[in-house]
Design a protein around this ligand. Structure first.
Ligand SMILES: [Zn+2]
Length: 304
């Protein structure tokens, strides 16, 4: 298996992760180029990011910001400021389109394997140009992909880790490549071999969009943006986030607890206070290594 070598006195890692999806979420994913959703996307980097960066500074937490190339280009100074304050800037697609990772969604055909690689090359170049550091981590814009082109491209392009999948809840693992999957009965599966790409699994429970804003028909391009009310109250959502953390803390020593937070969601109205209350819960526990995905991946040790 292998493990993340924790610093002395630390029993688990906490990686606060944010996706700076900004306007790419609405343009590339929801295909909703009307004024209201675009303003929601713009709000993220312009208004929410300064609030979030200040909260993280208050607790001396270094976070990971998964950033689409489109966001880096459009909100260059915001991404640079996050990096200047010591946070990791990692890759999160070029335009937040499922097609970029081989999925037919949002009414768009999947990109070819070669085109998928080009999107990755473009986002690497943009992020490197923006913050002067090549990204080594990737999170798929939809937490998914089809086939093995994406992980193979990630390996070929020098990525160290991915954080899109769910083969564990808190423990990283070497991503297997070379499985064969039959897509009809009897759905036979054969196992490939572990690759050099480290998978740091995510979990949807700690996705603020899913807690506060997600609606099933967001995925319907005909009616994608209407949002009548949050799904959960702040206290219900806090209970979900902190229960997830507490389980890792009590039962999965050596684990990495991480989040899928979005500035345009958790940085709006009552939610920065909610975010801070979640941070305070985690912060109160002894033995937590607050770190970036980059640092956690660097601490990975394979079994002998
Ligand atoms: Zn995203």
């Amino acid at each position: 298996m292998g493990k993340v070598q924790m610093p002395d006195g630390k029993k688990m890692a906490c990686c606060f992760c944010f996706d700076i999806d900004a306007m790419a979420l609405w343009l590339g994913f929801f295909r909703s180029p009307t004024a209201n959703p675009l303003s929601r996307g713009e709000f993220g980097p312009r208004v929410a990011m300064p609030r979030i960066l200040d909260i993280l500074d208050k607790y001396s937490i270094k976070a990971t910001f998964f950033t689409p190339g489109h966001s880096a280009k459009l909100f260059r100074e915001v991404v640079q400021e996050a990096h200047r304050r010591g946070h990791e800037i990692a890759a999160h697609s070029m335009y937040h389109q499922p097609s970029e990772v081989g999925l037919a969604m949002s009414g768009v055909e999947p990109a070819s394997p070669d085109e998928q690689r080009v999107y990755l090359e473009q986002q690497i170049e943009l992020l490197e140009k923006t913050v002067g550091e090549r990204p080594i981590g990737f999170r798929s814009p939809i937490g998914d992909w089809l086939g093995e082109h994406v992980p193979q491209h990630l390996i070929d392009l020098g990525f160290v880790y991915d954080s899109s999948l769910q083969g564990h809840d808190f423990l990283p693992y070497r991503l297997r490549i070379g499985d064969t999957i039959q897509t009809e009965e009897p759905f036979e599966v054969t196992w490939g071999q572990p690759s050099e790409l480290l998978e740091i699994p995510l979990h949807w429970d700690t996705n603020d969009f899913a807690q506060f804003e997600f609606m099933g028909y967001y995925l319907d391009p005909k009616n994608p943006w209407f949002n009548p009310a949050p799904f959960h109250t702040p206290s219900q959502s806090k209970e979900i986030f902190t229960s997830s953390f507490d389980y890792c803390y009590e039962h999965v020593p050596g684990g990495i607890w991480n989040t899928i937070l979005h500035p345009q969601c958790c940085g709006r109205d009552f939610k920065p206070a909610w975010l801070e209350s979640v941070i305070q819960h985690v912060y109160a526990k002894p033995g937590i290594w607050f770190t970036t995905m980059r640092e956690a991946a660097a601490a990975w040790q394979d079994d002998e």
